[in-house]
Design a protein. Structure first.
Length: 475
């Protein structure tokens, strides 16, 4: 037989009430007291003050839809896909919290759905959570507003992590930058793959620096008879660069930050193409240099120099990353037509125009360089002098200040062939003349080749191959 003890209050030894029944209210303890539960005991009915009990096993995409329970908090891992959370039936004071477990809600969202016709924030529609690192707490108030957000934070405290990567392809390398112990440099002298093994956190650690240089254009030909003049210098391959804020070094004047194209990498492989320089062909026009690519970035090949051929028709220079230099005479018999640079256009410009040839002065124009256009051949009165190749761009992305993408010098029938851009340091070849042969653009510089001559030394030269360099923070 069950026994019942009925009392109005329980007092401690001094006679102070510690359990006090007054009407329908029961008071435990006195002001300043602490109420402790025995080890292993649980409680119900004490009510909540805006907190939840967190379920520390994350919910994943395969658990969707997640059925929320009032008083609970859920870590949601959307790495593999989206998750839907169904809120419980609303009662005044019901509370549910949600948190972005892996920092992936910006990629795979969380859909929060109220029960039946209940509202979220006064609206009878699902809510979408799409902020990286977000955490929210929802409390049900009444039928008018339904579930109301009482806290919303995107300030998830996550320690910095850094990306790891590998490179593939013959002669391609990955090394720690000697000028900064926190960055690595991936150098592609030929085709290969830049593979990001793990991405870093925050996402700013995945913004890489890059330099992409296309293959240089070839120097223009001269075809007999002797004394006709010179072929235009080859235009440099297009030059593209972006300096990430997390990889300090001295960039070129063509740094695309700000205003250019930032590349934020993820854990995938990025095929790299390194453009070849234009190769001289004995009797036909030289093709332009080939483009180099990394992700969405393309550096166009340099434009070939113009051809001088009084017997079979002169040919103007070609457009490209930088334009080729014009021949000594244009097809119509006027000054030689130069090629246009930054074709197709990029921001910042990937190159410049070639220089104009000189009809009657025997000299051809220089090919355009990354930062300075090719120079025009001097007008009559300075016969036998060609235009110089335009200056390239100097950057320390490889840890050593290096010039790339110089234009090729124009050729001439005379003693003054054009010099290569950046005094040759940017890869621009020297044009041919009475006493010297044309030289090719430098290997892996994107330099333009020197133009040919109708003097006894006739041959023009090919453009230099391109290069791709990627610099990233690894610690």
């Amino acid at each position: 037989m069950a026994s019942t003890i009925k009392v109005d209050n329980v007092q401690n030894q001094p006679g102070t009430n510690i359990i006090d029944k007054c009407g329908t209210t029961i008071t435990l303890g006195q002001s300043g007291d602490t109420i402790n539960l025995a080890s292993g005991a649980s409680q119900t009915g004490f009510g909540r003050t805006g907190t939840v009990d967190w379920i520390t096993t994350p919910k994943v995409t395969g658990d969707s839809p997640v059925t929320g329970v009032t008083g609970k908090g859920y870590f949601l891992n959307t790495t593999a896909g989206t998750i839907t959370v169904n809120l419980p039936a609303g009662a005044a004071g019901s509370i549910v919290s949600l948190a972005d477990y892996a920092g992936t809600w910006q990629t795979n969202n969380v859909t929060v759905s109220a029960n039946g016709s209940e509202k979220i924030g006064g609206v009878g529609e699902d809510a979408i959570l799409r902020t990286e690192g977000q955490s929210v707490t929802l409390v049900y108030v009444d039928a008018v507003q339904g579930w109301v957000t009482v806290s919303d934070s995107s300030e998830n405290i996550i320690g910095n992590t850094y990306m790891t990567a590998t490179v593939s392809g013959a002669c391609n390398t990955l090394a720690t930058a000697p000028d900064c112990a926190n960055t690595k440099i991936a150098t592609f002298l030929g085709p290969g793959t830049f593979t990001v093994c793990t991405a870093g956190n925050p996402s700013t650690n995945n913004v890489v620096s890059y330099m992409v240089v296309g293959g240089g254009g070839g120097g223009g030909k001269t075809v007999a008879p002797a004394g006709a003049g010179g072929g235009g210098g080859g235009g440099a391959g297009g030059f593209r660069e972006y300096k990430s804020p997390v990889t300090p070094y001295t960039a070129s004047p063509l740094d695309g930050n700000p205003g250019g194209t930032a590349i934020t990498v993820s854990a995938i492989g990025y095929p790299i193409a390194v453009g070849g320089g234009a190769t001289p062909v004995a009797t036909t026009p030289i093709a332009n240099g080939s483009p180099s690519t990394f992700d969405s970035i393309t550096a166009t090949g340099g434009g070939t120099g113009g051809i001088i051929n009084p017997g079979g028709g002169n040919v103007d220079a070609e457009d490209g990353g930088s334009g080729g230099g014009g021949p000594a005479s244009s097809p119509s018999g006027g000054d030689g037509g130069y090629g246009t640079g930054n074709s197709p256009p990029t921001t910042p410009a990937q190159g410049t125009d070639g220089g104009e040839g000189n009809n009657g002065g025997y000299g051809a124009g220089g090919g355009g360089g990354a930062t300075v256009a090719g120079t025009n051949a001097p007008k009559p009165g300075t016969q036998g002098t060609a235009g110089n190749g335009g200056t390239g761009a100097t950057t320390s992305i490889s840890a050593t200040p290096t010039a790339y993408a110089g234009g090729g010098g124009g050729g001439t029938y005379g003693p003054g062939p054009g010099t290569g851009g950046s005094a040759g340091a940017g890869g621009g070849g020297i044009g041919a003349g009475d006493a010297c042969a044309a030289t090719a653009g430098g290997i892996n510089t994107g330099g333009g080749g020197g133009g040919g001559s109708s003097a006894p030394i006739l041959a023009e030269a090919g453009g230099g191959s391109g290069i791709v360099i990627i610099r990233y923070k690894f610690q």
